[in-house]
Structures are given as C-alpha cells and as structure tokens.
Ligand binder design. Structure first.
Ligand code: C2O
Ligand code: CU
Ligand code: CU
Length: 535
C-alpha cells in the first residue's frame, strides 16, 4: 500500500500515544492495518451487534414563557464518568451526558422552547488525559444567544451547572449537542460528550418518515487500548483516526428493516475522520436534508463526502430488496484520512418480511419538492453587502492551525475582544474560505447562521450540499463561497474548524454581530449567564 503523508505523521506521533496511561507504545510498521492495542480476541468485528438507539430525553416539567406564553420544556442532563459496553467483553470508560454515549436524544417541535440544565458531575480531571474537566455545551445548529451557545471559554467546572436556553424557532432540522470546552473539545467529545437533538415542524412531519422510521445514526471512530479504554492519538494535533467505526456507540452494527422507505439522520461525530458513505448494492440514496434542515428539492446521489459535524438526512428505499438480504452502508473514504482494515464499512441493514403499515403514506413516497421557502436558500448573492475572505492553514513555526493568521489564543489574549469579522445585524454577506494546502481538509463551522454554499472552486456545489448548511467541507486545494444573513441575535460567536484537534490548537476565531467594538454587550458570552454552584 502507498504510504500517505498522514501515515508518516501517525508513526511520528507515537509519543503522544504513549502519554495516555493505559496505552503502551508498540513498534509498528507503516502499513499497520489497525491501531487499537486490543488482542485480536477482544477486537470487535463488523456486523456482530444490533444497532441501538440513544434514549429519548423526557422533560422534567413543561411550562410557559411568561414573556409571551410560548411553551417551554425543562430538561436536565448530567455529565458524568461512566462505563460503556462497546467491545465484545471489555468495558470502556467514557464521559457521557447521563452516562451514555451517544447522549440522550432531545426531540421538540418548532415553537417549543427548551431550557436545558447541564450539571457537570465529571471528575475534576480527565481520567486518562489529566486535563481539567471544565465544559461548555454547544447546541450545534441552533441560533442561540451568545451566552447559551457553548462559547469555548464560557466554562462550567465540575460541581457547577448551567441552564441553557434554546429558542427552537428555526425550520425543522437535525442538531446535535456536544462539549465545546476551550482547548479540550476533542478529548471531551471523543470521550463521549455528544448527542443528537431533533427539531420538528409541520412541513417535515408531513413529508418524511416519523417515529421508528426516522432513525438517528451517530457515526464516530475510535481506537482502543489493551484494557478496553479509548486510546487517544491526535498525531501532533493533525487529527485522530481510529480503526473501529461506531454507530450509536456500537461497532459496525446491524439494523433490521422492513421493505419500506426509511429516513436516516446521519451525523458524523468523529473528531477528525471524514466519510464517504455508499450502499453495497450500488443503489443511490436520496438526500432530503442538510445541516439546517430540508433542502429545496431532493437530490439522488451514489455517495457523499461527509465531514465531522455535518448532518445529512437521507432516505433509503428498501422496498425492492428480498427478505434476508443484507445491505451494507460502506465508506469509500476521502483524501487524507487514515484507513484501516474495516474502516471501509459503517453498518448493515438486514431486510425482514415484517408487515409494512401501508396507512403511513411515507412508506412508499419519495418527495421531490421539500422546503421551497427556506430563508437562507431564498437569499440571492446580489443581496450581499460585503465579501470577506478567510484562509485556513497551519503555521509551521508554531505548529498552530489558524484562520487568516488568527488563533483562539489571540482571542483570549485580547480579553475576548478580538474579532475576525463584524457584520451588522441582518446584514447579508458572502464569506469565502480558502484552503490552499494539498495535505489537509478542514470542515469549517460558523456559529449562529445557516448558510448557502454558492460555489466550490468557482463551480456549482455538490448536489447533496444544495441545502441550508452550517459546516462546509473545505477540501484540499478548495475555495468555497458561502452566503448568509447575520441575525437574529447580536453579539460574539465562534467560527472554527470542526476537525477538533485543529479547533483546540487553535483554529478558532470569533465574529461580532451588530455591536460596535466599545458597545455594552448585554449578551456577553462569558459573563451574561455564568454557571452556578450545584450544591
Ligand atoms: Cu459543533 Cu462550534 O461546534
Ligand atoms: Cu455550532
Ligand atoms: Cu482543520
């Protein structure tokens, strides 16, 4: 096999691997086909375990917002150390929301607000890595106020809690919540602090499968130490590529399906790995939703490039398959991932002859028109008042990733004042992001907004990304142009690479919406709603 630059780095990065207590440093050749240290008898293999679904979080109580009478659901989540059954026999210590990975799914209707109390009951320091377990919870995909947006430096220490207010006024979509603690987001999310959050609306309910036919798939990758603990090696902050693919926290699981159309909410919550999913039958999938919800029209694709943090909602039509047939969801991978023996597989579907409820019209309907009036997709580039340009790159002298030369360290050093852009409230702008390197891809995420991908290297974007987005895959040698409108909130929000080791070191900046530099910020992300002691 050919030796990629990343594999050379992988071997060069073994020092970092040795820093994790449970892992010993073996000698490995450049064509290593696995990276876990498990004896082969303990190594999981594809298609040996059923798909599990994350539990649904039920509200503690339901009330109304005194300001306007809108319904509010109150939830509590506790971040805690726990043990997970990922491997055939060995237990894996994790950090989880309510002790599970992925954390509980939250499901709400548009117009119902949420108050999420996040209790940090984690140990003071990470059990293997040793960093302090201060956390910040981000609801990725929500236009939340800055003080509830999981601003990296708005931290909640162990023993404290914070109430996050989520407006849920946006169109139906698949969101996810994950840790965003400054400098340790990668380890914390990798250790298990990640989960889905579903927002429904009447259009989406009418068009797409619901309930048990609306299936959340949270995909990640992991590597394991010989005792079953998670290994961590980010190759000197380049990225972590595990040899085990997890879906909803289980290795390469199998799901039984009826002969009908299913909807899957596919979230790649890998901290670095990107995917290119495809079906083993060669049949296409129908993409119906992107990060920001329903696309204007469905797109039929044979495979798609899917970076960390991106969400694609797809329909798979199992009607024509025969009982007992196994259909694999495979991974064709992309440039600059590190692949191992089984990273070309994700999960499998086994077709059953369970009777199909034909009174549910979504069983055999693939819609064509979806959200034809999504506000960001309706925007026209001619409405843009400004074009801003950003470059994502690595500074070889400091070994820090940066956005146009700026790092989160620079933001901290400025007392959180330094901004990389200052759009006015409700301004429409074009942001151009350039990745001139040939050796790295960067999934760039902009908080607060949904955006429309206008072009990639001057050409029309991929079919599957012709919907509202909040993360864009900026591949090797690519320049993307994005169109967005800044609102409805004022204040400071982050923009960063969602390869989380890049984000932590230190590819993250902020922008300020509406306010001038010296204006009083009533939504200061750190001071407006600080964490409180949890007793
Ligand atoms: Cu999913 Cu700022 O992150
Ligand atoms: Cu986000
Ligand atoms: Cu990056």
């Amino acid at each position: 096999m050919s030796v990629s630059r990343r594999q050379v780095l992988l071997v060069g990065g073994l020092g970092a691997l040795g820093a994790i207590g449970a892992m010993s440093v073996p000698t490995r050749s450049l064509d290593a086909k696995s990276i876990s240290r498990l004896p082969s008898s303990e190594m999981p293999r594809p298609f040996q375990t059923p798909l599990l679904l994350a539990p649904l979080l039920t509200p503690d109580s339901i009330g109304t917002d005194p300001a306007d009478g809108a319904p509010v659901h109150y939830f509590t989540l506790t971040q805690m150390a726990a043990s997970a059954a990922i491997l055939p026999r060995l237990k894996t210590p994790i950090l989880g929301y309510n002790g599970v990975f992925p954390g509980p799914t939250i499901s709400l209707d548009q117009g119902t607000r949420a108050v999420l109390r996040v209790r940090n009951q984690l140990p003071p320091t990470h059990p293997s890595d040793g960093h302090p377990l201060t956390t910040s919870t981000h609801l990725h995909g929500s236009a939340s106020l800055p003080q509830f947006d999981g601003y990296a430096s708005d931290i909640t220490s162990p023993g404290f809690r914070k109430d996050y207010h989520y407006p849920n006024f946006q169109p139906a979509r698949t969101l996810w919540y994950h840790d965003h603690g400054v400098h340790f987001t990668a380890q914390n999310a990798y250790s298990g602090l990640a989960a889905q959050y579903h927002l429904h609306d009447p259009l989406e309910r009418a068009l797409l499968p619901q309930g048990r036919f609306d299936v959340a798939l949270t995909i990640s990758d992991a590597m394991f130490a010989s005792n079953g603990a998670l290994g961590y090696d980010d190759n000197t902050h380049s990225g972590l590529w595990g040899d085990v693919i997890l879906v909803n926290g289980r290795p390469w699981p199998v799901m039984k399906v009826q002969k009908r159309i299913y909807r899957f909410r596919v979230l790649n919550c890998s901290i670095s790995r990107s995917l290119r999913p495809t079906l083993s039958t060669g049949d296409p999938v129908v993409v119906v939703g992107t990060d920001g919800g329903l696309m204007p029209v469905t797109q039929t694709v044979a495979n798609w490039r899917h970076a960390g943090a991106e969400r694609y909602e797809i329909l798979i039509d199992f009607r024509k398959y025969r009982t007992g047939q196994r259909i694999e969801l495979r991974n064709l991978s992309n440039k600059n991932n590190v692949d191992y023996d089984f990273t070309n597989k994700i999960m499998a579907f086994d077709v059953t002859d369970e009777p199909v409820d034909q009174t549910d019209p979504t069983w055999n309907t693939i819609p064509v028109q979806l959200a034809t009036d999504n506000p960001v997709m309706a925007l026209d580039a001619s409405a843009a008042r400004k074009i801003r340009k950003f470059r994502v790159k690595r500074d070889d002298a400091t070994n820090l990733w940066n956005i146009s030369g700026v790092t989160w360290q620079d933001v901290i050093a400025s007392g959180y004042r330094k901004v990389s852009a200052d759009p006015e409230l409700d301004a429409v702008e074009v942001w151009e992001i350039e990745n001139s390197s040939g050796g790295w891809f960067h999934p760039v995420h902009i908080h607060l907004v949904d955006f429309k991908v206008l072009s990639r290297n001057g050409r029309t974007p991929f079919a599957y990304e012709k919907g509202p987005k909040d993360v864009v895959y900026v591949g090797e040698g690519e320049t993307v142009r994005l169109l967005m409108k800044f609102g409805p909130h004022q204040g400071r929000y982050m923009m960063h690479c969602h390869n989380l080791p890049h984000e932590d070191h230190d590819m993250m900046v902020q922008f300020r919406v509406g306010l001038k530099e010296d204006d009083w910020d009533s939504n200061d992300p750190i001071t407006a709603a600080p964490a409180s002691w949890d007793g």
